[in-house]
Ligand binder design. Structure first.
Ligand code: KMT
Ligand code: NI
Length: 174
């Protein structure tokens, strides 16, 4: 499982020793996780299986670092602005590492440290944000069902159908 822990509004570590959260805390809020190994052929088969089962027909790669991403600063700023999407956000880390922050049921930030081989799916309607760690580099595979829509809907979006669906399905079953 990836390391995950609670951070503050700015992404800062909170006082006291860091306590890692169990994967069940992520499952509770609808976040799915797989561990693959981009260097192994079994993982290619597993990835193909996940794509087939979940209908992820679209795939591209994105490298996030100052040299390789156009408008790096602006994009990073947008990634780290709390938002949601009308669809799932699916990312598979091929190289490097980074932080996905997701809101838990108490509206606290859970920071998920994604490294090579980690694949996560954030459900439609979950509030989240992304930032790099001190290594300043990540290469991600982005997957999508059909034609991709990357539109970030900044919080608040309480009336959005995907948000309403998320709140009903996930926040409802405490
Ligand atoms: C997004 O919507 O693209 C994000 O939340 C950033 C993740 S990685 C490109
Ligand atoms: Ni997003």
């Amino acid at each position: 499982a990836p390391q995950a822990w609670i951070v503050g509004e700015k992404g800062e570590d909170l006082q006291g020793p860091k306590e890692f959260l169990p994967l069940s805390k992520l499952e509770d809020i609808g976040v799915l996780y797989w561990q693959l190994d981009p260097k192994k052929s079994e993982s290619e088969e597993e990835l193909a299986k996940i794509r087939k089962e979940r209908g992820y027909s679209y795939m591209d790669l994105i490298e996030i670092c100052p040299d390789k991403l156009e408008n790096y600063e602006e994009k990073l700023k947008n990634f780290f602005t709390e938002h949601m999407h009308a669809d799932e956000e699916i990312r598979y880390c091929l190289e490097g590492s980074g932080y996905f922050d997701v809101r838990d049921k108490d509206d606290k930030w859970i920071r998920i440290w994604i490294k090579e081989g980690d694949m996560i799916i954030l459900p439609a309607g979950i509030y989240h944000r992304f930032t790099l760690d001190s290594a300043n580099y990540v290469k991600l595979m982005r997957l999508f069902i059909g034609e991709p829509v990357w539109t970030a809907l900044n919080r608040p979006q309480e009336g959005h159908p995907a948000r309403l669906g998320y709140v009903k399905n996930v926040m409802g079953n405490t």
